[in-house]
Design a protein around this ligand. Structure first.
Ligand SMILES: C[S@@+](CC[C@H](N)C(=O)[O-])C[C@H]1O[C@@H](n2cnc3c(N)ncnc32)[C@H](O)[C@@H]1O
Length: 319
């Protein structure tokens, strides 16, 4: 997946003239903080160089993950056409750009971001969008002001940066601010899955309808060390490769998400929850099923239309 051309251009302009050695150092430090899930009271994006490193090396991946999760929401709720967005921990506006691509009728957005360094870039990039966008400084783990509910509320790659005790009350607050649909995205690690499971349980207890990825609201059938996650292939620009010291022109972003709504989703019988394993005349799919179980199923040519559908299905897709 590529960034939308306007965003790509904005990021390229933002990074022009940044010395590569500085960018690589900042990207390395950022990646180490994310990997260790450091929570030391400082924002990971506490200065301009860290913010630029995020634009170069993380924005393409978080954008791709959010965009993929939004596609699943749009598939589960084909009638959903959000006019307003509230995004918390907005960073450079990744969810804003993904929502604007997924739902072209989006009219306005309110973005809350604690770090001044990344907020400045987010504001600058979003100026290219034909939307009414307001950015505010705010602590998503603190007392959020009384916003009016928005059609779509998003929280992407933020829970892992918050104090564990702050997460539950934030989910409750976000649900109260959700006019229609709430989307939470996290890194596709076992820890990210655990955070999403906790949010999922809270949302179900609040009466939310799950839209995606789960085809049911029963207990998650996966048991550690297994965990639910998906993957999106992300194109790396030349600068992205250089900043990471990488040669391959793409990377696979692993992510997990939960989308919950005030309205039920279209019926979903199963979702593919692992990469399909295809052989000659057969394909094996690991599925999460509406009855609340996870199963591996073998489809062969003898299954006719079901085999054809299974052969087309990719990891993360509805079957
Ligand atoms: C990993 S970035 C994700 C940015 C964006 N949502 C994305 O997916 O690309 C996490 C963002 O949350 C912000 N953040 C973390 N804790 C916050 C808090 N307590 N209040 C407001 N923003 C916060 C960080 O500054 C950072 O921009």
């Amino acid at each position: 997946m590529e960034l939308p051309p306007l965003l790509r251009q904005g990021v390229d302009d933002a990074l022009a003239g940044t010395p590569l050695a500085d960018l690589s150092r900042a990207a390395g430090a950022l990646s180490a903080r994310y990997r260790a899930e450091v929570r030391d009271g400082r924002f990971h994006l506490s200065d301009d160089l860290a913010a630029r490193a995020y634009l170069a090396t993380r924005l393409p991946a978080t954008y791709a993950a959010i965009r993929a999760a939004m596609e699943a929401v749009a598939e589960g709720r084909p009638d959903f056409a959000p006019a307003s967005l509230l995004d918390l921990g907005a960073g450079p506006g990744s969810a804003l750009w993904a929502a604007a691509e997924c739902w072209p009728h989006l009219q306005n957005a309110l973005l809350i971001e604690g770090s001044a360094a990344i907020r400045a870039w987010g504001e600058r990039l979003a100026a290219a969008l034909a939307l009414s966008v307001e950015w505010r400084e705010g602590d998503v783990a603190g007392n959020l002001p009384d916003f009016a509910p928005r059609d779509l509320v998003t929280l992407a790659y933020v829970l892992d940066e918050l104090d564990p005790q702050a997460r539950g009350p934030l989910i409750d607050r976000l649900w109260a601010l959700t006019g229609d649909t709430l989307l939470i995205v996290e890194p596709g690690t076992p820890a990210g899955w655990e955070r999403v499971l906790a949010a999922r349980a809270r949302l179900i207890a609040s009466g939310a309808h799950l839209i995606a990825p789960c085809p049911h609201a029963l207990a998650c059938p996966l048991v550690a060390p297994d965990w639910c996650h998906f993957s999106r292939r992300v194109a790396r620009s030349r600068l992205h490769r250089q900043a990471k010291g990488a040669e391959v022109p793409w990377e696979d972003e692993k992510f997990i998400y939960i989308a919950a709504s005030r309205h039920p989703a279209a019926h979903l019988s199963a979702r593919v929850i692992a990469p399909p394993r295809a052989g000659s005349g057969q394909v094996r799919l690991k599925l999460c099923l509406e009855k609340g179980a996870a199963e591996e199923r073998l489809y062969t040519k003898r299954d006719g239309a079901a085999f054809k559908a299974a052969r087309r299905a990719d990891w993360g897709e509805a079957l």
